[in-house]
Ligand binder design. Structure first.
Ligand code: 2HG
Ligand code: ZN
Length: 454
């Protein structure tokens, strides 16, 4: 089949307005956010609804055309872009873009567009003048709205426990729907669990029920300085134990905070900056500030610097120092993004070893570390090696795996790590993955380049 025949076939079944072919328009769909991965496609399909998705999938299955389901194109592991490497037909892949919105709502369950599953952030940058008080009792604030926390810095999960129901279209055009929204439902296989985080390899998700968490009226954020990661992790353990209202525990280092500050003018409350920074957020129906500040006072010398904010602008500024790492690092070059979890007790050792490891690579590279330390999850961003040079990726992930860690805490495997899946998954598990994939997609048209190498 030629590209022209492929485009004409899709236009025939969907209508010309649903099939994008203008190279300038397509360009943003075939380059990933990091700039590291690029692909090519003859067409982007923008379905109006699940029937369009079903029509497009059936046609692609019948004609052996590969489909890359794409939401917000925010992936970091080359999992949402078309590549000709393993396309199902010689003329290349087609992308199905699944970006659309749903208007149905209820108070507890909100059907959400698929892009909500694959990544969004709840932290925001602040530019208004912040109010940050060093260990003072700050003014009280009250805000309230339901929130999803999907893929954000609070829970950070692609495979998110808050996904309670899905509707998805299979490659034969049939639709599976588990949207009852029951708290307990043990009726066989857990389809939301299976489909969420499956990197577009099993079906195209067209609707999602998210378990929303009521927002708390009171919220406080503390930024703490520590001499090293070992101490910061001990502080984190104490806060988890002492502050029942704790919602987030994030960690980063002086080099990253300086980069964010220099790049975006975000105010850093400490001078000089301590080597390690821990960001803790607590929230509750009653103000948790006293509980948090009491816990901080008990920490003694372990914390060398601290700043506390309760007003929205102050909180946002403290969060911006953490949240804007990705953007700030992007300004330094194309980063090798490695997203690992370590067992509790091995994170500090990993930090020392990974810095030494990256330091031994040529050309000289910069290694930024930050992440969800409360989950044992560090984002290792390496800037310096050529985007196509994968030696540093392999070395860092081998190190994490050798220490009992995961090579993908939350970003997925994508194309970036498909050759390395064996570091974490046994031959039996990989064979099972293939069988599951085949059961959902016997023709092998869905996102064929990701997750498992041939
Ligand atoms: C975060 O935690 C995201 O900010 C992005 O997962 C991490 O850029 C990264 O490596
Ligand atoms: Zn993250």
């Amino acid at each position: 089949m030629t590209n022209d025949e492929l485009v004409q076939g899709l236009v025939d079944v969907l209508g010309a307005e649903r099939v994008l072919t203008d190279p300038d328009v397509i360009a943003s769909y075939v380059t990933d956010w990091t700039g590291r991965y690029r692909g090519t496609t003859p067409a982007v399909v923008r379905p109006r609804d699940r029937d369009d998705v079903a029509t497009a999938l059936r046609w692609c299955r019948d004609h052996r055309v590969a489909v890359v389901p794409q939401g917000g194109n925010t992936g970091l592991v080359g999992d949402r872009f078309p590549s000709r490497a393993r396309s199902c037909c010689p003329c290349g892949d087609s992308i199905t873009s699944t970006t659309w919105t749903s208007s149905r709502r209820s108070s507890t369950w909100v059907p959400a567009p698929p892009s909500a599953v694959f990544g969004s952030t709840c932290g925001a940058s602040a530019s208004t003048s912040p109010s940050i008080s060093p260990r003072a009792t700050p003014p009280r604030s009250a805000v309230s709205s339901p929130r999803t926390r999907a893929g954000c810095t609070c829970c950070g999960m692609d495979r998110c426990a808050q996904v309670a129901g899905v509707e998805a279209v299979l490659t034969d055009g049939s639709i599976v729907r588990t949207m009852r929204g029951l708290v307990k439902d043990n009726t066989g296989y857990d389809l939301p669990g299976l489909l969420t985080g499956s990197e577009g390899t099993l079906a195209v998700v067209t609707e999602v029920a998210l378990r929303l968490i009521p927002d708390h009226p009171y919220r406080v954020v503390a930024l703490l300085g520590c001499a090293d990661l070992e101490t910061a992790l001990a502080v984190a353990r104490r806060l988890r134990h002492d502050v029942s209202a704790l919602e987030a525990l994030e960690g980063f280092f002086a080099d990253g905070a300086t980069l964010v500050s220099d790049s975006f003018g975000v105010v850093v409350p400490f001078d000089p900056l301590p080597p390690v920074l821990l960001l803790a957020e607590a929230a509750g129906a009653r103000d948790p500030t006293d509980q948090l500040t009491a816990a901080l006072n008990d920490l003694g010398d372990a914390v060398t610097d601290s700043a506390v904010a309760v007003d929205p602008a102050g909180r946002k500024t403290l969060w911006a120092l953490r949240d804007r790492h990705t953007e700030a690092i992007a300004g330094q070059g194309i980063a090798h993004k490695l997203d690992v979890t370590l067992p509790p007790g091995r994170l500090a050792l990993f930090e020392r070893e990974v810095r030494a490891l990256v330091g031994s690579f040529e050309p000289p590279s910069r290694c930024f570390l930050f992440g969800h330390v409360g989950d044992g999850n560090l984002h290792v961003n390496v800037v310096g090696p050529d985007p196509d040079d994968r030696r540093v990726d392999r070395a860092v992930l081998e190190l994490a795996a050798s220490m009992g860690g995961s090579i993908s805490a939350e970003h997925g495997i994508g194309t970036a790590k498909r050759d390395l899946l064996a570091l974490n998954r046994s031959p039996e598990e990989r064979a099972l993955f293939r069988s599951i994939r085949h059961a959902f997609d016997p023709a092998g048209i869905l996102n064929p380049n990701v997750l498992i190498a041939d």
